[in-house]
Ligand binder design. Structure first.
Ligand code: LUZ
Ligand code: MOS
Length: 749
């Protein structure tokens, strides 16, 4: 089955926030921001801005009726700056005007006099200055102190990975509409409708039930709209609240890139101890996370880094410390993988360094140490699967054969291969977020409407929810409509994040649908006069008794049930079972299950020019029993490409004043069709046994991102085949510039 939005998308008929029909009296909001990374606000002069024709109102912090606070986990972020600014791009005022052009012009004329304070952009510097967002956390297993003595080799080094722009196609967007009696309705491009509702209520100083948030679909998000759609939506709501008029706030691309947070850059120190045979014995790592100017989701992201500090490997002695550092960059935020890619990059760096030192192929070390069923992660959870080793073995067999005796470096073209195993935990690391709900209505003509907390952002969650409903009800999927995500139909929802959207909302949908079906079938038993002990099911839209057709069709049954005053609606709640975590001991079972897979990446590097291509990527991925292989394949391909971009070309550069220089696609290079691997082979690992996802499928959103890490190390392999070297410091992205420096034996990282 295709993605249910595919026809709309290719026809340009899908509706996004920017496409919504606006009432005639709509105002347009533009944001004035700080041009300094750190400083005291001396004065805010809005007189020139106010004189722009069409400007109706300029809102600053003083106008906020409720709390000027948009923080999530830690309350440390104002909606509009007061007294101090902490990053270039921090909102200081909201200008409302009759047109977007007038609003943007006026916003650029807001004059903020700032007395500059010294900025800090580097997390290690921030750490030295004691600028932490939260106390450091450490995950331990075994005892590293006593383990070093057992090691035949210890490698030490540093690994730095860069940030990443989300580059969702649709920029941040929201429209707020005034409703009767001081209520407000917000249409937002957010992954977290409840968070928008909660923060809007807090800022406006009204109860949550007066704020309705509605989400149709998003033009991509990737984590960038988990927390950071909120300020713009709340600004629109604030404008509406203060003027009584509809307000639209939409960012243009450059502002969106410059002002919003990114994937967290990390700088990490590590020490890996191994036996002479390549068994990993001890692993110590310290992650300096660049959190930016406010906490946002940084602490949760760092927690996931710690959970994934050993990736897919069994290491008996571990000490991993995460430090969440406050800097003067825009608050960094959720991004596909949520701290796990950063952890896995450090792990692979250490393995690569050890392999180089030992004169081994990295795969020799990797394979020896892959997790086996029953092994424990540092958090204490057991690895309950066998997919890591099975995917590894299958990927090795499936990958293109490398001809015996073929030199890996012929002339100036050097080839490199790297195997990248990935093991990713599914569930929000914050256990309480692992809940979802669904509201299902069957209408008297047999058509069905499903509302859940899941947000469609292109990933296909609505398709999977429609499938889950159809599978449960035993009717055709064309009868199912998935409604907008709305806080009046699905309350207290978790953001659609952590790859859990389809699992949790699909399960809530399944439960609600089976409740309705149960009522209908009980009625059918009566209606057909079927005796006790017979199996009555709905299948293909018809009631079957003991597997035989009865001629009683879905629509007829629904109509009759209605006349008998049987409820055709149900609401259901789903809470992921069996998960818990104790932050006092840093032990527990945080994840419902793990998703694993292996990618084999082959690259060719032109050692004169420093340019390269990915010849092939062969992926064996565990999607459980996929309910939609086409959607899952799309996620795997997209994740891979996004991961390759993060590792090899996407580089953020800032001016001395913390202004993003790479604020357009002319200066920020993302993968395009020319950087796509010549061949991508994706095979789904045949599932064994049951999975905790929806209908035995598994979550798919984030894990494939980390296959892209393989491209970095395949390039390293190709480099070393041309020019053998050892380095103690690896840096990503491995841009063409950096590659050329390495080829010349220059540069760091
Ligand atoms: N968001 C979140 C996430 O709030 N908690 C998580 O554990 C998570 N994991 C991945 C992506 N988003
Ligand atoms: Mo996320 S990184 O919004 O799953």
């Amino acid at each position: 089955m295709k993605h249910i939005d595919s026809l709309l998308h290719v026809r340009g008929a899908s509706v996004f926030v920017d496409d919504l029909q606006l009432p005639d009296n709509c105002l347009f909001g533009a944001v004035a921001v700080s041009a300094m990374p750190h400083g005291r606000i001396i004065s805010l002069d809005v007189s020139s801005a106010r004189s722009v024709p069409g400007v109706r109102r300029i809102i600053t912090a003083e106008d906020i009726p409720g709390e000027n606070q948009i923080g999530n986990i830690i309350l440390d972020e104002p909606l509009l700056a007061v007294n101090t600014v902490h990053y270039t791009g921090e909102p200081v005022a909201l200008v409302l005007a009759e047109s977007m052009d007038a609003a943007r012009l006026a916003a650029s004329l807001v004059e903020t006099a700032i007395e500059e304070l010294p900025p800090v952009f580097d997390p290690r510097t921030a750490f030295d200055l004691g600028m932490l967002i939260a106390p450091p956390r450490t995950f331990c297993a075994g005892n590293t102190d006593s383990a070093w003595g057992m090691c035949d080799l210890v490698v030490e080094g540093r690994a730095d990975s860069g940030g990443q722009e989300h580059l969702y196609l649709e920029c941040q967007a929201s429209v707020a509409l005034p409703m009767e009696n001081g209520c407000v309705r917000i249409c937002s491009s957010t992954q977290g409708p409840t968070f928008v509702q909660k923060v809007a209520a807090r800022v406006l100083g009204i109860p949550m039930h007066r704020v309705e948030v509605d989400v149709g679909r998003l033009g991509g998000a990737f984590g960038g709209k988990e927390d950071q759609a909120t300020p713009w939506a709340v600004m629109a709501a604030l404008g509406t609240h203060l003027t009584g008029r509809p307000v639209k706030v939409v960012l243009d691309r450059k502002s969106d890139m410059a002002w919003t947070g990114k994937r967290h850059p990390y700088s990490s120190d590590f020490r890996l101890g191994l036996s002479a045979e390549g068994d990993m014995i001890a692993w110590e790592v310290t992650y300096y996370q660049n959190g930016g100017a406010a906490s946002d989701l940084s602490t949760a992201i760092l927690e996931r880094t710690l959970f994934h500090c050993t990736n897919a490997y069994m290491i008996p002695n571990v000490r991993a410390t995460g430090i969440c550092c406050r800097t003067n960059l825009p608050p960094n935020t959720a991004f596909r993988g949520f701290g796990a890619p950063q952890a896995m990059f450090v792990m692979e760096t250490a393995i690569h360094m050890a392999a180089t030192r030992m004169g081994l192929e990295p795969s020799v070390i990797q394979e020896r140490n892959l997790l086996r069923r029953g092994d424990r992660f540092p958090c204490g959870m057991e690895y309950e699967g066998d997919e890591i080793r099975r995917s590894w073995e299958r990927a090795v067999r499936l990958s293109p054969e490398r001809k015996d005796g073929e030199e890996s470096c012929t002339g100036h073209i050097s080839r490199g291969r790297y195997l990248m195993p990935v093991c990713f935990g599914i569930s929000f690391t914050n256990t309480s977020l692992n809940q979802a709900s669904a509201l299902v209505h069957v209408y008297t003509d047999g058509s069905v409407g499903v509302s859940t907390g899941a947000v469609e952002m292109g990933q296909g969650v609505n398709t999977k929810i429609a499938q889950a409903a159809a599978m449960t009800l035993g009717i055709d999927v064309s009868l199912i409509k998935v409604e907008t995500t709305n806080t009046t139909r699905a309350a207290n929802t978790s953001p659609t994040a952590a790859s859990t959207g389809a699992d949790m909302n699909g399960n809530a949908t399944r439960i609600a649908c089976s409740e309705i079906l149960g009522r209908l079938l009980a009625f059918a038993v009566n209606r057909l006069g079927a005796g006790p002990g017979v199996a009555v099911v709905m299948s293909g839209g018809e009631v079957l008794v003991d597997g035989r057709g009865t001629g009683l069709k879905w629509r007829e049954l629904v109509e009759e049930a209605y006349l008998r005053r049987i409820s055709l609606s149900a609401q259901a709640h789903y809470a992921t079972p069996g998960i818990h975590f104790d932050t006092a001991t840093e032990k527990g079972r945080p994840f419902a299950y793990h998703v694993a897979g292996t990618a084999v990446t082959d690259v060719s590097l032109d050692c004169l020019r420093g340019i390269w291509r990915v010849d092939s990527v062969t992926i064996v991925h565990d999607a459980g029993k996929s309910i939609n292989p086409l959607v899952d394949r799309g996620q795997i391909e997209g994740g891979l490409l996004q991961g390759i971009g993060w590792m090899t070309m996407e580089e953020l550069r800032y001016s001395d004043s913390g202004r993003l220089l790479t604020d357009s696609l002319a200066t920020y290079k993302v993968p395009d069709i020319y950087s796509t691997p010549e061949e991508i082979t994706i095979e789904f690992l045949p599932p064994r046994g049951d999975n905790a996802g929806i209908y035995n499928s598994k979550a798919v959103g984030e894990p494939p991102f980390m296959y892209g890490i393989g491209t970095y190390f395949a390039l390293m392999e190709a480099l070393q085949a041309f020019r053998p070297f050892e380095r103690g410091h690896y840096t990503a992205p491995l841009s063409n510039e950096r590659l050329l420096m390495l080829l010349e034996g220059l540069g760091t990282g």
